[in-house]
Design a protein around this ligand. Structure first.
Ligand code: F6P
Length: 359
């Protein structure tokens, strides 16, 4: 049995000890000790797909079955509940998926589910199918939906953070972030070859929506000359100053990393302004959806495996309306409301260090 340790009411997290992550795998195989009456649960993926979601699904399905519960896979995220796209899962349904990117359950951003009348319909569909609780793997929009389902219809939901953006408060990393950073980094390393060969300036735009975490990590790891994050503004004049200073020190090529911010494609505006002020032929490369695909890294698979198990264990023990995340190698439980209303900021120290090291 997992007990709460160190309830930290100020931060809104509850912290489990690392030791307890191992207990999930030993828990009462085939028994019903923790079921609390729940016999059948559903699992869905929602929002943008992220590498490691499949490892999360695998963990949810196998943990639940090991604890005596049946599992239904919901196809296509919240729309799948409305369309009753329910699929019984067994141990073999999740075989050979731990290494696959994307999500075998498909995903989507359901506009209908944002409306109360459709959530009512969803709750009725779940009840009619005997699905007593849900594990939701997704990002902030998905968790807002999960929170509403609990608040309005008392459908018990726990969640695990699956998004490349790493913009979910209360967990150091989200599932998919590490893989996306490494994918973007591989691309930047390739761009550097051509930038250096042609003595060119490149602006590489990475994803992350309103969050600068992909940009800051990729920028520091990729040796970028400058990093543009949505919450740490650098003006074009400041950028131009740095580019010129670099050239005066003998630099012949530069890589600038820009987070897409609220406006994907903003790298083109930036390039245009830099071109006008420097006369340099600034090239743009928008990495886009390539960052969402590919084989998940070991870190993402481990994170997904641990959190998937925690989310099932929590649900079966009576947890509701919470996400399970990881902080300092410990599994933490964070209310959906906290996870979706507080923001993570871009680490300024990454940008400062990148500036010094790119000298
Ligand atoms: O949330 C993940 C993400 O890839 C963001 O980084 C990006 O802004 C958005 O999804 C793109 O969404 P879509 O694939 O629906 O265009």
């Amino acid at each position: 049995m997992i007990e709460l340790e160190n309830p930290d009411h100020k931060s809104g997290f509850f912290i489990f000890s690392r030791r307890q992550t191992a207990i999930y795998h030993l828990a009462d195989p085939g028994g019903t000790a923790y079921l609390g009456g729940m016999k059948k649960i559903g699992v869905l993926t929602s929002g943008g797909d992220a590498p490691g979601m499949n490892a999360g699904i695998r963990s949810v399905v196998r943990t639940a079955i090991s604890q005596g519960a049946e599992v239904v896979g919901i196809i296509g995220g919240y729309s799948g509940i409305l369309e009753k796209r329910f699929q019984d899962m067994n141990l073999r349904s999740v075989a050979n998926i731990i290494q696959r990117g994307g999500t075998i359950l498909k995903t989507g951003r359901s506009l209908e589910f944002m409306k109360p009348e459709f959530r009512k319909q969803a709750a009725e569909n779940l009840q009619a199918a005997g699905i007593e609780g849900l594990v939701c793997i997704g990002g902030d929009g998905s968790f807002r939906g999960a929170h509403a389902l609990w608040q309005e219809h008392q459908i018990p939901v726990t969640g695990i953070p699956g998004t490349i953006d790493n913009d979910i408060f209360g967990t150091e990393n989200t599932i998919g972030f590490d893989t996306a950073v490494n994918t973007a980094l591989e691309c930047i390393d390739k761009i550097r070859d051509t930038a250096a060969s042609h003595d060119r300036l490149f602006i590489v735009e990475v994803m992350g929506r309103n969050c600068g975490l992909i940009a800051s990590h990729v920028g520091l790891a990729g040796g970028a000359e400058l990093i543009f994050a949505p919450d740490l503004v650098i003006t074009v004049d400041q950028a131009v100053e740095r580019i010129k200073a670099g050239m005066n020190k003998g630099k012949t090529s530069s890589i600038l990393v820009a987070a897409e911010g609220q406006k994907p494609g903003r790298a083109y505006d930036l390039a245009e302004q830099i071109r006008k002020k420097t006369g340099l032929d600034a090239k743009v490369c928008i990495l886009g959806h390539i960052q969402r695909g590919g084989t998940p890294t070991a870190n993402d698979r481990i994170l997904a495996s641990q959190l998937g198990a925690a989310a099932v264990d929590g649900l079966l023990k009576g947890e509701r309306d919470v996400m399970f995340g990881m902080q300092g190698n410990q599994i933490v439980k964070v209310p959906f409301e906290t996870a979706t209303t507080q923001v993570k900021s871009t680490p300024k120290e990454y940008l400062n260090l990148a500036n010094i090291l790119a000298n």
